[in-house]
Design a protein around this ligand. Structure first.
Ligand SMILES: C[S@@+](CC[C@H](N)C(=O)[O-])C[C@H]1O[C@@H](n2cnc3c(N)ncnc32)[C@H](O)[C@@H]1O
Length: 265
């Protein structure tokens, strides 16, 4: 590994074909630029495919893994619904937290659970905390099955990481948001797809706005959800604006009271 000399006063200069952006390295902007560029370069190098969690590949940046751990420990859900299983690593992360809490289930939904992944998940010590549903996350029968499994839960948290098109994520948000209990969260991963649409290996499909635009569209019509910036404070995330808290009734009442008093002054 290599160290670069960067004493106080150092600048970051990004040269985009002659158009230069210069910021102080140790300023807030420097932190944001460096984090944003890290996301792009890490995505180009497919770094999100590197981590494993309790033996299973998890397709996340390490900072999002820490954020999900913090979130689950804080919210203490008894049901976590996750769309996008892949190798099962993110299911193991949620299942490990539920195991420590001593209760609950993770419901993993994927349109295709490959036999070797299913076999590894079923052989895992955390299997007793996991239920798998194979099907599209937006198919009515999948949503009904998830709803049935979550019916008796007191605290439900939902995580989306399946198909990352704008249309699909917007449908997931609308379909699963009603299942999220007040004070809990809805996490829509991979909004950073729109931020990496300019990297050398970008796919043209990433230009469609993807999860980030779907999140903003959803929030415009759902004032009961609010972005919680705490979980993206590391700057490095695949999920900008993706950690959404469902407000409690008293928080909604308080917001209405303060906007009414603001309007009358
Ligand atoms: C990025 S991977 C999930 C990664 C996993 N959450 C993790 O952190 O390791 C995306 C997964 O979404 C699944 N998928 C794609 N379209 C889907 C759909 N319509 N419904 C459910 N799952 C879908 C794919 O089969 C793939 O396994």
């Amino acid at each position: 590994m290599r160290n670069y000399q960067a004493p106080p006063g150092s600048k970051l200069v990004l040269d985009n074909r002659g158009e230069r952006s210069t910021v102080d390295l140790y300023s807030r902007e420097g932190f944001e630029m460096l984090s944003n560029l890290w996301i792009k370069v890490a995505a180009e190098n497919r770094m999100m495919y590197e981590p494993t969690w309790l033996g299973r590949p998890i397709i996340q940046f390490p900072t999002d893994i820490v954020a999900i751990q913090e979130l689950l420990w804080k919210v203490q859900p008894d049901v976590v619904i996750e769309t996008g299983v892949a190798h099962g690593g993110s299911l193991m992360l949620s299942a490990a937290l539920l195991e420590l809490l001593g209760r609950g289930k993770v419901i993993g939904i994927d349109i295709e659970i490959r036999p070797h992944n299913r076999a590894a998940i079923e052989a895992h010590p955390l299997k007793r905390r996991i239920e798998l549903i194979e099907g599209s996350s937006i198919a009515p029968e999948t949503v009904s099955a998830a709803r049935r499994l979550a019916a008796d839960a007191e605290v439900v948290l939902v995580i989306f990481d399946s198909n990352h098109t704008y249309d699909h994520v917007l449908q997931e948000l609308e379909l699963y948001a009603p299942l999220v209990t007040a004070g809990s969260y809805l996490v829509a991963h991979d909004g950073a797809q729109a931020w990496v649409a300019d990297i050398p290996s970008a796919k043209s499909a990433w230009q469609d706005g993807g999860p980030l635009e779907a999140i903003h569209e959803f929030l415009a019509g759902h004032k009961e959800f609010r972005i919680d910036p705490f979980y993206t404070r590391f700057g490095i995330t695949s999920s900008p604006d993706g950690y959404l808290r469902r407000l409690t009734k008293s928080e909604i009442d308080e917001r209405e009271r303060s906007s009414a008093s603001g309007a009358s002054t």
